[in-house]
Design a protein around this ligand. Structure first.
Ligand SMILES: [Zn+2]
Ligand SMILES: [Zn+2]
Length: 216
């Protein structure tokens, strides 16, 4: 299993990166991205530290770690610059905190994130058909999530992405030990969103491709 959207105590997660990695490893995961919440005030602090940590741990056996960031509540016009700055700082995976219906994320965030070619648009809420078409064009993965609240629109995202053929990804958005799901639960989540077993395996393959790209 792979999870490409998690938080450590570099933002609002409960665990150090080392404990987060250890707990995912024990749960049977073989790759993990740490994607703490970032904005103009903190990406220069968070990203280089996660890069150094992941590099050091990846020299050893065990779970593979990817240093990332989740650009969160950035004004849409500033997203392209922040995506570029995050990549320059060493983030191998850039996630944008999409327009979930449970937070006042600025309208236009989904579209700007997609047009900035981020890797993953997290919890995109009531994403429009036009935006899903753009996600397909820019190969931006649309996220289904097990995170409470954000997961309310999984069915909507899944239905549009499947019909249009935009790539999907399944993540936990884990902030605490209780957010780390076993494989069987991930299966249920995909089926609960109206998708099939085949879609589940496609999503697992998508995650694998991202990991290979991030670690080379
Ligand atoms: Zn988020
Ligand atoms: Zn998150």
């Amino acid at each position: 299993m792979i999870d490409l959207h998690t938080h450590s105590l570099f933002s609002d997660g409960e665990l150090t990166p080392a404990e987060l990695a250890r707990r995912f490893e024990v749960a049977g995961y073989r790759a993990l991205a740490i994607t703490d919440h970032g904005d103009q005030s903190n990406i220069d602090l968070i990203i280089p530290r996660l890069v150094a940590f992941c590099e050091e741990v990846n020299r050893l056996e065990g779970i593979r770690l990817i240093p990332g960031v989740e650009l969160t509540h950035i004004r849409p016009d500033a997203i392209p610059v922040l995506v570029g700055r995050s990549r320059k700082l060493g983030a191998r995976l850039v996630v944008v905190h999409g327009e979930t219906i449970v937070e006042p994320v600025a309208p236009g965030t989904n579209k700007m994130a997609i047009e900035s070619s981020v890797d993953i648009l997290a919890h995109p809420g009531l994403i429009t058909e036009e935006e899903v078409l753009l996600a397909k064009k820019y190969s931006v993965h649309l996220e289904l999530t097990s995170r409470k609240g954000h997961s309310l629109t999984n069915g909507h995202v899944a239905r549009l992405a499947q019909r249009i053929g935009a790539p999907m990804i399944l993540n936990s958005d884990a902030h605490a030990p209780g957010d780390i799901w076993p494989a069987v639960r991930l299966h249920e989540l995909v089926v609960a969103a109206g998708l099939t077993e085949a879609d589940y395996y496609t999503m697992m393959k998508n995650a694998q491709s991202i990991v290979e790209r991030c670690l080379t």
